[in-house]
Ligand binder design. Structure first.
Ligand SMILES: NC(=O)c1ccc[n+]([C@@H]2O[C@H](COP(=O)([O-])OP(=O)(O)OC[C@H]3O[C@@H](n4cnc5c(N)ncnc54)[C@H](O)[C@@H]3O)[C@@H](O)[C@H]2O)c1
Length: 334
């Protein structure tokens, strides 16, 4: 297959490396607004570099991966869908949920498949957690806990365009707790704290946050995020039920020290960031997308599905600002 890649920054350059090693991809066409990045990635991975999104969409591609900044997701998804090209777009759907809802309205009647890139759904341990929940092994769910602790913050420019911690980072957790429980969130109570670099306050963001989520069936969710987890990249999904408990992310490279006297020492090289922690999940996500693009299966995470996580983020932002529980219906725009 011939696949396009738009955006060659931190994650796009990494995705180029993965895409270029997938056997089913015969040729990779890449673009970025920075010609130097196009040259570098094309040279490194034997890809074809082109100067614009328009050129890329006209290059006879079977599918496209969007890895440009969050503010470009909605317009690029629309452009790709209108060009008839199946699309896998990095999370989140848009800069805010209102922009995502506007995109959804614009896509009405267009059946070109779009898949949102929430790679945790393809992590083998997280998929095993979901299979256990679906099989009823946990009994009645009581608590689901999702944690994303980044080792260090991205750049000021990235934070400024990211939409903030809930929309940019927490959105992974909001997606995975919906997915694993099969339940919709009805209410959140969130709070944030900022003691990090000055730019967080300058752009109105926080560096650490926690959200408590109430799901429709009464299951409670707890989401923890920070941009400053010195020990490493800590991503965990823990589900407790009346019959059993199960977790993903408590593996040998989990960046945590066990204080039990005599406990084995922690791995000196714990998970560093999304590139190592989710390398296999990204590959499986891309292979799934190739099947979607080839018409072999429907999109496993549509724009509408991905957008639900954005509404939870919007409710968290309002909850933290107003210091009160916020129902998802208060923020949702149809
Ligand atoms: N799934 C994950 O775990 C994960 C991790 C990191 C980032 N992301 C997402 O990936 C996206 C990109 O993040 P990043 O950290 O790589 O950002 P980045 O700023 O490093 O890269 C963005 C790239 O897009 C390019 N770009 C800007 N406008 C463009 C245009 N019109 N056409 C083509 N290219 C254009 C920029 O020049 C830059 O190279 C964000 O939406 C972010 O939310 C996802």
């Amino acid at each position: 297959m011939r696949i396009g890649l738009i955006g060659l920054g931190r994650i796009g350059a990494f995705h180029a490396g993965t895409l270029s090693t997938i056997d089913a991809i015969d040729s990779l066409v890449v673009t970025d607004i920075l010609p130097e990045r196009v040259r570098q990635v094309a040279d490194r991975h034997g890809a074809e570099g082109v100067g614009s999104v328009g050129e890329l969409l006209a290059a006879g591609i079977d599918g496209v991966v969007v890895a440009a900044g969050t503010d470009l997701h909605a317009p690029l998804i629309l452009a790709c869908a209108e060009a008839g090209v199946p699309t896998l777009c990095e999370k989140p759907v848009a800069s805010d949920a209102a922009a995502g809802a506007a995109l959804l309205r614009r896509l009405a009647g267009n059946d070109v498949p779009v898949m949102m890139g929430f790679q945790r759904r393809y992590d083998v341990a997280m998929a095993a957690v979901k299979a256990a929940v679906d099989a009823g092994e946990l009994g009645r769910l009581t608590t689901v806990r999702s944690t994303t602790m980044d080792p260090e913050p991205p750049s000021r420019d990235y934070i400024a365009g990211s939409g903030g911690l809930y929309r940019d980072c927490g959105v992974h957790d909001f997606d995975i707790v919906r997915w694993v429980t099969g339940q919709e969130a009805v209410e959140v109570y969130a709070t944030g704290s900022d003691r990090g670099a000055p730019f967080f306050a300058e752009v109105g963001d926080v560096d650490t946050a926690t959200a408590v989520i109430t799901f429709a069936d009464g299951t409670l969710g707890v989401v923890s995020n920070t941009r400053y987890n010195g020990r490493g990249y800590d991503v965990r999904l823990e589900v407790h039920g009346s019959a059993d408990s199960i977790a993903a992310g408590i593996d040998p490279k989990w960046p945590m020290r066990d204080a039990t006297p005599g406990a084995a020492g922690a791995d000196p090289q714990p998970h560093r960031f999304f590139m190592d922690r989710f390398a296999d999940a990204f590959r499986i996500e891309f292979e799934t997308f190739l099947d979607v693009a080839a018409g072999k299966q429907p999109s496993p995470c549509t724009v509408a599905d991905g957008l639900e996580a954005d509404w939870i983020a919007e409710a968290c932002i309002r909850s933290a600002a107003e210091h009160r529980p916020v129902r998802i219906d208060e923020v949702r725009i149809r």
